[in-house]
Write a protein that binds this ligand. Structure first.
Ligand SMILES: *[C@@H]1O[C@H](CO)[C@@H](O)[C@H](O)[C@H]1NC(C)=O
Ligand SMILES: *[C@@H]1O[C@H](CO)[C@@H](O)[C@H](O)[C@H]1NC(C)=O
Ligand SMILES: *[C@@H]1O[C@H](CO)[C@@H](O)[C@H](O)[C@H]1NC(C)=O
Length: 395
């Protein structure tokens, strides 16, 4: 790996460790689940996402982002946000956890060495074809939590979603945030599939996910990229692609960033990234942190409920048809350093806004023929609440 690349990952909150990956071949059966959108609907959606940009900039890996005026972000199209724009400032900072290095600059992520001009934020450009593709699939394609799923070795085709997660167990609790550190892996995924590793925070009927995903329909490639997803009321979207999307606060960092290239499984080099979602005690907004940096937030008022009821960490895959894709690094966990996809240093924020390490939790895989996990109770130096997860899928 090149030094500049390692530096980039490090500053993003991703650190070199011992890790990861191989790939298996698998066969894919094509499936067609179409949903019709009118030309008009597509054009309207495109207008929301591809806001007029002050300039178009490129990441060092060649992705195009538009520099959009902070107040013209898709999230400000939300009816509840339209009349309240003046309340929002470019650099609000949550009270809950002091950012480790908020003044750090991310210019080196961009070809121009700077990022976007002050007062604007980078938003990934999307083409009409990409949007059509994203809309072409059934609602089942959308990310979900594992709670509605039950374990079955045989019920393979009904769900299309599969999970290997560790999740909070106690009923009736309230949470104000969660965090994790995760390895970056590159599961093998076909076009009508995705494979994610993420945190899922259930807030009443709404939820937020954050992590990485290999999702060809979303990103038009098979690279491992950062993502967030929000389902709020009737609306759901990735990153900042709609009016319940996240409000980004920095001109020099965005979502959808490529976290590759992958490391080799069993080799002593790998990468891990740190994510957090925290409710700001002062104003109730839900903040996304990436490597200790405040990246953006979802305003409190667009949610029905004010606190989370369930949290889970782990892998989620989807396939429009059999067989299902790989999860994690494509291997069942073997609890050996460098050989598993892992998520560790998981914490939650409790009702009194305290960060808690002792999480009452349960492990869940809906089908252990394809995906499994080891929810570590054993201790390891410098790691707590470790979850080893993954699998070849192929079910
Ligand atoms: C979608 O469009 C196709 C072709 O225009 C049409 O045959 C089909 O019935 C439509 N499906 C739905 C669900 O509206
Ligand atoms: C479970 O299913 C119900 C009904 O389909 C849905 O409303 C709810 O959002 C689902 N819950 C999760 C956590 O996905
Ligand atoms: C993980 O948590 C442990 C225990 O709190 C801490 O010592 C360690 O530094 C953390 N690791 C990282 C990479 O932050």
């Amino acid at each position: 790996m090149k030094l500049s690349y390692l530096k980039m990952l490090f500053l993003l909150g991703c650190i070199v460790y011992f890790g990861d990956i191989t790939s298996l071949s698998n066969h894919f059966v094509d499936a067609k689940i179409f949903k019709n959108f009118s030309e008009f609907e597509i054009e309207e959606q495109l207008k929301v996402i591809n806001k007029p940009a002050m300039q178009i900039i490129k990441t060092t890996q060649g992705d195009l982002y538009g520099c959009v005026d902070f107040y013209k972000q898709p999230a400000f199209d939300h009816p509840l946000m339209k009349n309240h724009i003046s309340h929002y400032k470019m650099q609000e900072s949550p009270i809950l956890q002091k950012s480790r290095s908020n003044n750090e600059k991310f210019g080196y992520l961009w070809e121009n060495g700077i990022g976007c001009p002050i007062g604007t934020v980078p938003i990934k450009r999307i083409s009409k074809d990409e949007l059509l593709r994203l809309n072409m699939f059934s609602d089942k394609f959308r990310p979900q939590g594992s709670w509605n799923f039950t374990y079955s070795q045989y019920n393979v085709n009904a769900n299309q979603h599969h999970f290997a997660v560790s999740r909070t167990k106690t009923k009736g609790k309230s949470y104000y945030g969660a965090a994790m550190i995760m390895t970056v892996n590159d599961p093998k995924v076909e076009f009508e599939q995705y494979s994610s590793a993420r945190m899922h925070i259930q807030i009443g009927d709404d939820f937020i996910q954050a992590g990485w995903t290999v999702n060809p329909k979303l990103y038009s490639d098979k690279r491992t990229r950062t993502f967030v997803y929000a389902k709020i009321g009737e609306n759901q979207c990735y990153n900042n692609m709609c009016s319940v999307g996240i409000i980004m606060v920095r001109p020099d960092i965005s979502l959808g960033m490529d976290l590759g290239p992958p490391a080799i499984r069993g080799s002593p080099v790998g990468v891990y990234c740190e994510y957090g979602i925290f409710k700001d005690k002062a104003n109730g907004n839900w903040w996304l942190k990436f490597g200790g940096h405040d990246i953006g937030y979802w305003p409190e008022k667009i949610f029905q409920e004010s606190s989370a009821t369930n949290i889970e960490w782990g892998g989620e895959v989807y396939s429009a048809s059999m067989p299902s894709p790989q999860m994690g690094n494509g291997h069942f966990p073997v609890a050996r350093t460098g050989y598993d996809a892992i998520i560790f240093n998981r914490t939650i924020v409790d009702e009194s806004f305290k960060i808690v390490e002792n999480i009452d939790r349960e492990a869940f895989s809906d089908n252990t023929r394809g995906y499994n996990l080891i929810d570590g109770t054993f201790s390891e130096p410098h790691m707590i609440n470790k979850l080893n997860y993954g699998g070849p899928g192929n079910i």
